[in-house]
Write a protein that binds this ligand. Structure first.
Ligand code: SAM
Ligand code: SF4
Ligand code: SF4
Length: 339
Protein backbone atom coordinates (compact mmCIF):
# COMPACT_ATOMS: atom_id res chain seq x y z
CA UNK A 1 0.00 0.00 0.00
CA UNK A 2 1.42 3.33 -1.10
CA UNK A 3 2.12 5.96 1.47
CA UNK A 4 1.57 9.36 -0.17
CA UNK A 5 3.66 11.57 2.08
CA UNK A 6 3.48 15.38 2.28
CA UNK A 7 5.87 18.02 3.53
CA UNK A 8 5.11 21.08 5.69
CA UNK A 9 3.83 22.97 2.63
CA UNK A 10 1.63 20.00 1.59
CA UNK A 11 3.92 19.11 -1.30
CA UNK A 12 4.02 15.41 -2.25
CA UNK A 13 7.18 13.47 -3.05
CA UNK A 14 7.10 12.58 -6.76
CA UNK A 15 10.55 12.92 -8.32
CA UNK A 16 13.83 11.37 -7.32
CA UNK A 17 17.08 12.71 -8.74
CA UNK A 18 19.83 10.19 -8.30
CA UNK A 19 23.39 11.35 -8.78
CA UNK A 20 25.44 8.33 -9.82
CA UNK A 21 28.90 9.92 -9.70
CA UNK A 22 30.57 13.10 -8.44
CA UNK A 23 33.06 13.02 -11.32
CA UNK A 24 32.81 14.86 -14.61
CA UNK A 25 34.83 14.98 -17.83
CA UNK A 26 33.90 18.68 -18.31
CA UNK A 27 34.96 21.65 -16.23
CA UNK A 28 32.08 24.06 -16.86
CA UNK A 29 33.06 27.36 -15.33
CA UNK A 30 29.70 27.84 -13.70
CA UNK A 31 29.61 24.37 -12.14
CA UNK A 32 33.06 22.76 -11.62
CA UNK A 33 35.65 25.48 -12.24
CA UNK A 34 39.08 24.06 -13.11
CA UNK A 35 40.91 25.97 -10.40
CA UNK A 36 38.84 24.23 -7.73
CA UNK A 37 38.16 20.88 -9.39
CA UNK A 38 41.78 20.49 -10.58
CA UNK A 39 44.11 17.47 -10.73
CA UNK A 40 44.50 17.44 -6.93
CA UNK A 41 40.79 17.51 -6.18
CA UNK A 42 39.79 14.39 -4.32
CA UNK A 43 36.68 12.82 -5.71
CA UNK A 44 34.86 10.07 -3.84
CA UNK A 45 36.47 6.63 -3.79
CA UNK A 46 34.28 3.78 -5.08
CA UNK A 47 33.48 2.42 -1.61
CA UNK A 48 32.02 5.83 -0.70
CA UNK A 49 29.49 5.95 -3.52
CA UNK A 50 26.22 4.06 -3.46
CA UNK A 51 26.33 0.68 -5.19
CA UNK A 52 23.68 -0.33 -7.73
CA UNK A 53 22.16 -2.62 -5.07
CA UNK A 54 21.87 0.31 -2.69
CA UNK A 55 20.39 2.62 -5.33
CA UNK A 56 17.88 -0.01 -6.41
CA UNK A 57 16.78 -0.65 -2.83
CA UNK A 58 16.54 3.04 -2.03
CA UNK A 59 14.56 3.74 -5.22
CA UNK A 60 11.97 1.06 -4.39
CA UNK A 61 11.56 2.55 -0.94
CA UNK A 62 11.12 6.03 -2.45
CA UNK A 63 8.55 4.66 -4.91
CA UNK A 64 6.60 3.30 -1.95
CA UNK A 65 6.41 6.87 -0.65
CA UNK A 66 5.04 8.37 -3.87
CA UNK A 67 7.96 8.76 -6.30
CA UNK A 68 7.00 8.13 -9.92
CA UNK A 69 9.82 9.67 -11.92
CA UNK A 70 13.53 9.04 -11.67
CA UNK A 71 16.20 11.31 -13.11
CA UNK A 72 19.75 10.02 -13.33
CA UNK A 73 22.35 12.74 -13.06
CA UNK A 74 25.86 13.51 -11.80
CA UNK A 75 28.64 14.84 -12.22
CA UNK A 76 28.49 13.22 -15.60
CA UNK A 77 26.31 10.12 -15.24
CA UNK A 78 27.81 8.37 -18.27
CA UNK A 79 31.13 8.14 -16.42
CA UNK A 80 29.55 5.64 -14.02
CA UNK A 81 30.58 2.15 -15.14
CA UNK A 82 27.76 -0.13 -16.38
CA UNK A 83 25.10 2.58 -16.11
CA UNK A 84 22.66 0.72 -18.41
CA UNK A 85 22.60 -2.08 -15.84
CA UNK A 86 21.38 0.34 -13.18
CA UNK A 87 18.70 1.70 -15.54
CA UNK A 88 17.54 -1.84 -16.25
CA UNK A 89 17.23 -2.57 -12.54
CA UNK A 90 15.36 0.66 -11.79
CA UNK A 91 13.06 0.06 -14.73
CA UNK A 92 11.90 -3.20 -13.15
CA UNK A 93 10.67 -1.50 -10.00
CA UNK A 94 6.86 -1.51 -10.06
CA UNK A 95 5.59 2.06 -9.84
CA UNK A 96 8.46 3.73 -11.72
CA UNK A 97 6.66 5.54 -14.54
CA UNK A 98 9.58 7.26 -16.20
CA UNK A 99 13.38 7.24 -16.15
CA UNK A 100 15.22 10.24 -17.58
CA UNK A 101 18.85 11.29 -17.54
CA UNK A 102 20.67 14.62 -17.72
CA UNK A 103 24.03 14.38 -19.49
CA UNK A 104 26.63 16.59 -21.12
CA UNK A 105 26.23 14.35 -24.18
CA UNK A 106 29.92 13.73 -24.80
CA UNK A 107 29.62 9.95 -24.32
CA UNK A 108 26.05 9.58 -25.50
CA UNK A 109 26.88 8.29 -28.96
CA UNK A 110 28.58 5.28 -27.38
CA UNK A 111 25.85 4.46 -24.85
CA UNK A 112 22.54 5.60 -26.42
CA UNK A 113 21.50 2.19 -27.76
CA UNK A 114 22.24 0.34 -24.51
CA UNK A 115 20.49 3.00 -22.44
CA UNK A 116 17.36 2.75 -24.54
CA UNK A 117 17.35 -1.05 -24.38
CA UNK A 118 17.76 -0.86 -20.62
CA UNK A 119 14.56 1.18 -20.34
CA UNK A 120 15.68 4.82 -20.30
CA UNK A 121 12.84 6.98 -21.67
CA UNK A 122 14.33 10.43 -22.09
CA UNK A 123 17.61 12.29 -22.14
CA UNK A 124 18.22 15.94 -21.49
CA UNK A 125 21.47 16.96 -23.13
CA UNK A 126 23.17 20.11 -21.91
CA UNK A 127 24.58 22.39 -24.61
CA UNK A 128 25.27 26.05 -23.90
CA UNK A 129 26.30 27.28 -27.34
CA UNK A 130 26.61 26.24 -30.98
CA UNK A 131 29.68 28.43 -31.27
CA UNK A 132 32.71 26.19 -30.82
CA UNK A 133 34.86 28.79 -29.14
CA UNK A 134 32.22 29.89 -26.65
CA UNK A 135 31.15 26.33 -25.91
CA UNK A 136 34.71 25.30 -25.15
CA UNK A 137 35.31 28.39 -23.03
CA UNK A 138 32.29 27.37 -20.97
CA UNK A 139 33.15 23.67 -20.63
CA UNK A 140 36.87 24.09 -19.91
CA UNK A 141 37.87 22.94 -23.43
CA UNK A 142 36.71 19.39 -22.76
CA UNK A 143 34.49 18.64 -25.75
CA UNK A 144 33.14 19.95 -29.02
CA UNK A 145 29.72 21.04 -30.24
CA UNK A 146 29.95 18.39 -32.97
CA UNK A 147 30.43 15.59 -30.48
CA UNK A 148 27.49 16.67 -28.34
CA UNK A 149 25.23 17.01 -31.39
CA UNK A 150 26.28 13.53 -32.52
CA UNK A 151 25.30 12.28 -29.08
CA UNK A 152 21.84 13.83 -29.43
CA UNK A 153 21.38 12.31 -32.88
CA UNK A 154 22.43 8.87 -31.65
CA UNK A 155 19.97 9.17 -28.77
CA UNK A 156 17.12 10.11 -31.09
CA UNK A 157 17.98 7.28 -33.48
CA UNK A 158 18.04 4.83 -30.60
CA UNK A 159 14.46 5.82 -29.70
CA UNK A 160 15.06 8.19 -26.78
CA UNK A 161 13.14 11.44 -26.47
CA UNK A 162 15.71 14.25 -26.54
CA UNK A 163 15.50 17.62 -24.82
CA UNK A 164 18.25 20.22 -24.66
CA UNK A 165 19.29 22.36 -21.68
CA UNK A 166 21.02 25.69 -22.25
CA UNK A 167 22.31 27.51 -19.18
CA UNK A 168 22.34 31.22 -20.01
CA UNK A 169 24.96 33.47 -18.45
CA UNK A 170 25.02 37.17 -19.29
CA UNK A 171 28.03 38.18 -21.38
CA UNK A 172 29.08 34.55 -21.80
CA UNK A 173 26.48 32.96 -24.05
CA UNK A 174 23.40 35.20 -24.13
CA UNK A 175 24.20 36.00 -27.77
CA UNK A 176 23.48 32.32 -28.48
CA UNK A 177 19.83 32.39 -27.38
CA UNK A 178 18.38 33.01 -30.85
CA UNK A 179 20.80 30.78 -32.81
CA UNK A 180 20.08 27.93 -30.36
CA UNK A 181 16.32 28.53 -30.54
CA UNK A 182 16.38 28.50 -34.38
CA UNK A 183 18.59 25.43 -34.59
CA UNK A 184 16.54 23.29 -32.21
CA UNK A 185 13.22 24.51 -33.61
CA UNK A 186 14.42 23.17 -36.93
CA UNK A 187 15.59 19.93 -35.33
CA UNK A 188 12.28 19.63 -33.49
CA UNK A 189 13.87 19.18 -30.06
CA UNK A 190 12.47 20.96 -27.00
CA UNK A 191 15.06 23.51 -25.88
CA UNK A 192 14.99 24.64 -22.27
CA UNK A 193 16.79 27.76 -21.14
CA UNK A 194 18.06 27.77 -17.55
CA UNK A 195 18.69 30.98 -15.67
CA UNK A 196 22.20 30.96 -14.23
CA UNK A 197 21.77 30.00 -10.56
CA UNK A 198 23.63 30.60 -7.32
CA UNK A 199 24.10 26.91 -6.61
CA UNK A 200 27.10 25.83 -4.56
CA UNK A 201 29.81 28.23 -3.46
CA UNK A 202 32.41 27.94 -6.20
CA UNK A 203 31.03 29.69 -9.28
CA UNK A 204 31.23 33.31 -8.04
CA UNK A 205 27.57 33.94 -8.90
CA UNK A 206 26.22 37.48 -8.94
CA UNK A 207 22.73 38.60 -9.94
CA UNK A 208 24.29 40.74 -12.69
CA UNK A 209 25.34 37.52 -14.49
CA UNK A 210 21.75 36.36 -14.82
CA UNK A 211 19.83 36.73 -18.06
CA UNK A 212 16.25 36.71 -16.81
CA UNK A 213 13.35 34.64 -18.08
CA UNK A 214 11.79 37.86 -19.39
CA UNK A 215 14.93 38.82 -21.30
CA UNK A 216 15.21 35.33 -22.80
CA UNK A 217 11.56 35.35 -23.81
CA UNK A 218 11.63 38.87 -25.28
CA UNK A 219 14.78 38.08 -27.26
CA UNK A 220 13.22 35.03 -28.92
CA UNK A 221 9.73 36.51 -29.26
CA UNK A 222 11.12 39.46 -31.25
CA UNK A 223 12.36 37.06 -33.94
CA UNK A 224 10.08 34.04 -33.61
CA UNK A 225 6.82 34.91 -31.79
CA UNK A 226 5.72 32.67 -28.93
CA UNK A 227 2.65 32.03 -26.82
CA UNK A 228 2.47 30.52 -23.33
CA UNK A 229 1.33 26.92 -22.96
CA UNK A 230 -0.24 25.32 -19.86
CA UNK A 231 2.01 23.10 -17.78
CA UNK A 232 1.94 19.36 -18.58
CA UNK A 233 1.59 18.59 -14.89
CA UNK A 234 1.72 20.31 -11.51
CA UNK A 235 5.32 20.78 -10.44
CA UNK A 236 6.77 21.02 -13.96
CA UNK A 237 10.09 22.81 -13.65
CA UNK A 238 10.07 24.69 -16.95
CA UNK A 239 7.44 27.23 -18.03
CA UNK A 240 6.39 26.27 -21.55
CA UNK A 241 5.97 28.40 -24.68
CA UNK A 242 5.09 27.44 -28.23
CA UNK A 243 6.05 29.14 -31.48
CA UNK A 244 3.03 30.85 -33.06
CA UNK A 245 3.77 29.19 -36.37
CA UNK A 246 2.97 25.85 -34.72
CA UNK A 247 6.58 24.75 -34.42
CA UNK A 248 8.18 23.01 -31.46
CA UNK A 249 7.95 24.44 -27.94
CA UNK A 250 10.60 25.83 -25.63
CA UNK A 251 10.85 25.93 -21.84
CA UNK A 252 12.38 28.37 -19.39
CA UNK A 253 13.63 27.30 -15.98
CA UNK A 254 13.53 30.52 -14.03
CA UNK A 255 14.68 29.64 -10.57
CA UNK A 256 16.09 33.14 -10.00
CA UNK A 257 13.52 35.60 -11.35
CA UNK A 258 10.31 33.55 -11.23
CA UNK A 259 10.66 30.78 -8.70
CA UNK A 260 8.45 27.72 -8.44
CA UNK A 261 8.99 26.24 -4.97
CA UNK A 262 5.30 25.85 -4.15
CA UNK A 263 5.08 22.81 -6.44
CA UNK A 264 8.51 21.34 -5.81
CA UNK A 265 8.17 17.59 -5.34
CA UNK A 266 11.82 16.64 -5.88
CA UNK A 267 14.19 14.76 -3.61
CA UNK A 268 17.86 14.49 -4.51
CA UNK A 269 20.34 11.84 -3.49
CA UNK A 270 24.03 12.54 -4.06
CA UNK A 271 26.49 9.92 -5.26
CA UNK A 272 27.60 9.16 -1.71
CA UNK A 273 24.02 8.76 -0.58
CA UNK A 274 23.14 12.07 1.03
CA UNK A 275 19.51 13.10 0.78
CA UNK A 276 18.84 16.76 -0.07
CA UNK A 277 15.32 18.14 0.00
CA UNK A 278 16.37 21.29 -1.93
CA UNK A 279 18.92 22.12 -4.63
CA UNK A 280 20.15 24.91 -2.39
CA UNK A 281 20.33 22.87 0.80
CA UNK A 282 23.21 23.30 3.22
CA UNK A 283 23.56 19.72 4.26
CA UNK A 284 22.07 16.39 3.37
CA UNK A 285 21.02 13.41 5.43
CA UNK A 286 23.46 10.48 5.36
CA UNK A 287 21.44 7.61 3.90
CA UNK A 288 24.53 5.56 3.04
CA UNK A 289 25.27 4.77 6.69
CA UNK A 290 21.65 3.84 7.24
CA UNK A 291 21.63 1.57 4.19
CA UNK A 292 24.83 -0.12 5.33
CA UNK A 293 23.41 -1.06 8.72
CA UNK A 294 21.11 -4.03 9.21
CA UNK A 295 18.02 -1.81 9.36
CA UNK A 296 14.91 -2.96 7.50
CA UNK A 297 13.28 -1.21 4.52
CA UNK A 298 10.55 -0.08 6.90
CA UNK A 299 13.05 1.79 9.06
CA UNK A 300 14.57 3.45 5.98
CA UNK A 301 11.06 4.36 4.75
CA UNK A 302 10.09 5.88 8.07
CA UNK A 303 13.34 7.90 8.16
CA UNK A 304 12.59 9.25 4.67
CA UNK A 305 9.02 9.98 5.72
CA UNK A 306 10.16 11.93 8.79
CA UNK A 307 12.59 13.99 6.72
CA UNK A 308 9.99 14.75 4.04
CA UNK A 309 7.29 15.54 6.61
CA UNK A 310 9.58 18.16 8.16
CA UNK A 311 10.60 19.71 4.83
CA UNK A 312 9.96 23.44 4.52
CA UNK A 313 12.51 24.32 1.77
CA UNK A 314 11.58 27.20 -0.51
CA UNK A 315 14.95 28.78 -1.14
CA UNK A 316 14.19 30.32 -4.53
CA UNK A 317 10.91 31.79 -3.34
CA UNK A 318 12.75 33.29 -0.37
CA UNK A 319 15.40 34.72 -2.66
CA UNK A 320 12.75 36.12 -4.99
CA UNK A 321 11.18 37.75 -1.97
CA UNK A 322 14.61 39.10 -1.10
CA UNK A 323 14.62 37.25 2.16
CA UNK A 324 17.84 35.58 1.19
CA UNK A 325 19.12 33.57 4.14
CA UNK A 326 22.81 33.79 4.82
CA UNK A 327 23.92 30.43 3.52
CA UNK A 328 26.21 31.48 0.73
CA UNK A 329 29.30 29.71 1.91
CA UNK A 330 27.91 26.39 2.87
CA UNK A 331 25.53 25.30 0.13
CA UNK A 332 25.94 21.96 -1.63
CA UNK A 333 27.67 22.07 -5.06
CA UNK A 334 25.62 21.52 -8.26
CA UNK A 335 28.10 18.90 -9.49
CA UNK A 336 27.46 17.03 -6.24
CA UNK A 337 23.73 16.56 -6.61
CA UNK A 338 23.30 17.08 -10.32
CA UNK A 339 20.69 19.83 -10.66
N1 SAM B 1 26.78 16.67 -16.26
C1 SAM B 1 25.44 16.61 -16.65
C2 SAM B 1 25.08 17.80 -17.52
O1 SAM B 1 25.84 18.76 -17.58
O2 SAM B 1 24.01 17.75 -18.12
C3 SAM B 1 24.45 16.49 -15.48
C4 SAM B 1 24.71 17.30 -14.27
S1 SAM B 1 24.63 19.08 -14.48
C5 SAM B 1 24.98 19.65 -12.88
C6 SAM B 1 22.87 19.34 -14.71
C7 SAM B 1 22.45 20.65 -15.31
O3 SAM B 1 22.75 21.68 -14.39
C8 SAM B 1 23.15 21.04 -16.61
O4 SAM B 1 22.18 21.26 -17.60
C9 SAM B 1 23.88 22.32 -16.27
O5 SAM B 1 23.90 23.23 -17.35
C10 SAM B 1 23.09 22.85 -15.12
N2 SAM B 1 23.84 23.75 -14.25
C11 SAM B 1 25.00 23.50 -13.60
N3 SAM B 1 25.38 24.58 -12.86
C12 SAM B 1 24.43 25.52 -13.07
C13 SAM B 1 24.23 26.85 -12.61
N4 SAM B 1 25.08 27.44 -11.77
N5 SAM B 1 23.13 27.52 -13.01
C14 SAM B 1 22.24 26.95 -13.86
N6 SAM B 1 22.36 25.71 -14.33
C15 SAM B 1 23.44 25.00 -13.95
FE1 SF4 C 1 30.01 18.53 -15.57
FE2 SF4 C 1 27.46 18.94 -16.02
FE3 SF4 C 1 28.73 20.39 -14.20
FE4 SF4 C 1 29.32 20.77 -16.73
S1 SF4 C 1 27.33 21.16 -15.77
S2 SF4 C 1 30.81 20.52 -15.08
S3 SF4 C 1 29.07 18.78 -17.57
S4 SF4 C 1 28.37 18.25 -14.09
FE1 SF4 D 1 12.62 23.08 -4.96
FE2 SF4 D 1 14.51 24.22 -3.46
FE3 SF4 D 1 14.37 24.75 -6.10
FE4 SF4 D 1 12.50 25.71 -4.43
S1 SF4 D 1 14.67 26.23 -4.44
S2 SF4 D 1 12.14 24.72 -6.44
S3 SF4 D 1 12.34 24.02 -2.95
S4 SF4 D 1 14.83 22.75 -5.16
Amino acid sequence: MKNDIRDQLQRPLRDLRLSVTDRCNFRCRYCMPEEIFGPDYSFLSSDKILSFDEMERLTSIFVGLGVKKIRITGGEPLLRRNLPELIERLNQIVGVEEIAMTTNGSLLKKFAGDLYKAGLNRVTVSLDSLDEERFQALNGKRSTVKRVLEGMEAAEKAGLQVKVNMMVQKGKNDQDIVPMAKFFKEKNYILRFIEYMDVGNTNGWTKADVTSKKEILDTIHAVMPLRPVDPNYIGEVATRYQYLDGGQEIGIISSVTDSFCSNCSRARVSAEGRLYTCLFAEKGFDLRTLLRTEESDQVVASTLTDIWNLRRDRYSDERTEELRVRRRNSKVEMSHIGG
